[in-house]
Design a protein around this ligand. Sequence first.
Ligand SMILES: O=C(O)C1=C[C@@H](OP(=O)(O)O)[C@@H](O)[C@H](O)C1
Ligand SMILES: C=C(OP(=O)(O)O)C(=O)O
Length: 407
Amino acid sequence: MHFTLQKSNIAKQSSIQITGSKSESNRLLLLQALYPDFKLENVSNSDDSNLMTNALSSSETVVDIHHAGTAMRFLTAYFSIQEGRETVLTGSKRMKERPIKILVEALQALGAEISYVENEGFPPIKIKGKKLLKNKVSLNANVSSQYISALLLIASKLENGIELTLEGEITSVPYIKMTLALLDEIGVDSTFEGHVITVQPNTEKLTPKTLTVESDWSSASYYFSIVALSDIGTEVTISSYKENSLQGDSALIEIYKNFGVSATFNGNALTIKKEREDEGRLHLDLRNAPDIAQTIAVSCFALGMPCYLTGLHTLKIKETDRLVALKTEIEKLGGEVRITDDSLHLKGSCEPKPLVSIATYNDHRMAMAFAPLALKVPIVIEDAMVVSKSYPTFWEDLETLGFEITK
Ligand SMILES: O=C(O)C1=C[C@@H](OP(=O)(O)O)[C@@H](O)[C@H](O)C1
Ligand SMILES: C=C(OP(=O)(O)O)C(=O)O
């Protein structure tokens, strides 16, 4: 379904409750399956987390995780240690193009039995669960941190734990640290020194407790963008966030200062406010926060702020090739975009135009990153319900702010 977003004005003050982080939820759901005594609160209501929950409780032979990349990677590791069980793990057409070889080879080096059902290096894969006895493995760390997190999540259940050597430049580091921090919260010991990570095996029962998932910072990015595009004085309060977040996308607070936006905590509520006009041009390295690249690019374009974004090498293997998608859609609106395999250079601004239709390429973040543009020009967002991958109530929440949406 395509949604038309009329040129909108939003309320001077509004509040939105956002559900739990998709990344934290998918990790904790897997850990809960391994250690059933934990209780979870504020779990993400995203499609990807629902798929993760269902996959973990499924007894089917074929498990389809659609577009959910973290679920695909984490479950590959999980099913590898389900002794005696044979599972085919598959996904959407796009998932079958998202590489998994680095993870499969690492698991095989630990003793796992995994084979490719269609194309070598890509899902679907067939996994014969067994006890993994080896504990030392090296892998390339520059393609996706999800492979590393997948190994770390099952590591405490391996006979001898794990000693991982990370080769090359390590990408998306905060996501690896998030995994280790969550292991620590449930009582699993690990170390991360230089390029080596170790996780200790755990044989004892861990102390049962309730873990509350912090709300999703990637989802918060769309409110930083909305506020950046609004009149001075406009504020949106989002909950429930922490000052010391495990999510690397909390870098938004520093990044949006460039747009004249402040963010202030009051307990778990974060008030985002437009204080002053934005500042000149932006040059950012986003290797630690790839999921907010689209939001930032669109904010810059909407405000006519030239930007040069680097560290974007993982964007090509996400829900779509996000670099090509950004270029194509921003250019429809009159911007000038140059991309390489790991960077994006943007010039130009969003001038009034007849209704432009933004394609979303099965990518939730394309839909949500472009939505704030409706504060400047009317736009159509194609296949708008794609947002449910991470943020099912996104459009309702935008209506609460005052966005006029024709469905
Ligand atoms: O571990 C995670 O939860 C994630 C890691 C990142 O992937 P890469 O490490 O592939 O960049 C990020 O883009 C993704 O949305 C979630
Ligand atoms: C890249 C993303 O997700 P995944 O890799 O889990 O599909 C995302 O949510 O932006």
